[in-house]
Design a protein around this ligand. Structure first.
Ligand SMILES: Nc1ncnc2c1ncn2[C@@H]1O[C@H](COP(=O)(O)OP(=O)(O)OP(=O)(O)O)[C@@H](O)[C@H]1O
Ligand SMILES: [Mg+2]
Length: 209
């Protein structure tokens, strides 16, 4: 990084399946692009050829996958994406929006599957090259509402039932309580436009001054 270029901001979207992450991430991307900000978007797991191959294994594998293999593959995919895409862009002064990041591993493999969260935090720390988002939007909706919104074809993890999704949601709620300055809790049951306005105001207030 040269002295004249400050690091770009890193914004992530989190929440249970179907809460509206992709909808809101794309709307924010479009808004910030219109403001002529240099910004890119990635999705997790994926966002790079190697990470996309790992995504196929993770979401569409027919075999029974061990919980730890699932966690390690998620983090492997993230390490690749962070090293090859996210960090180089941020260090060049470009902003990045990620549709899921490290908090998803804590919420799904920790909260959802019950793996040891201290172990997951340590491996995440390694896999992210210690990068943390500047701002995270946790879009919160009930499991019932999420089920109404989700498409008929579900991936391997989306097929895990309501109790699993509830544990993931509870984990995110606790994360917001633990890190209220970074993890913004957004009521995802409001209208798409109302949520977008709320998110844009927070980004302006916290990251664009
Ligand atoms: N605030 C909202 N009110 C009603 N419907 C919404 C709202 N936000 C998104 N939706 C709709 O819900 C569905 C799921 O939204 P979206 O794909 O953005 O969720 P997601 O969190 O990215 O899901 P996934 O975890 O499966 O990727 C879409 O059909 C979308 O149009
Ligand atoms: Mg999505």
């Amino acid at each position: 990084m040269t002295e004249s270029t400050s690091r770009g901001k890193f914004i992530t979207f989190e929440g249970i399946d179907g809460c509206g992450k992709t909808t809101q991430a794309e709307m924010l991307l479009e808004l910030l692009e219109k403001q002529e900000l240099s910004i890119s978007f990635v999705r997790e797991p994926g966002g790079d050829p190697i990470s996309e191959s790992i995504r196929k294994l993770l979401l569409h594998s027919e075999e029974i996958m061990s919980d730890r293999a699932e966690a390690l593959l998620m983090i492997a995919s993230r390490a690749q994406l962070t090293d090859k895409v996210i960090l180089p862009h941020l260090l060049n002064g470009r902003w990045m929006i990620a549709d899921r990041y490290a908090d998803s591993t804590l919420a799904y493999q920790g909260g959802g599957r019950g793996l040891n969260s201290t172990a997951l935090e340590e491996i995440n720390y390694f896999g992210t090259y210690t990068l943390k988002p500047d701002l995270t939007f946790f879009i919160d909706i009930s499991v019932e509402e999420a089920n109404k919104r989700m498409s008929v074809s579900r991936d391997r993890i989306e097929k895990e039932g309501q109790e699993f999704q509830q544990r993931v949601r509870d984990f995110y709620t606790n994360l917001h309580t633990k890190e209220p300055e970074r993890v913004m809790l957004i009521n995802g049951e409001n209208s798409i436009d109302a949520i977008h306005n709320e998110i844009s105001s927070i980004v302006s207030e916290k990251l664009i001054s």
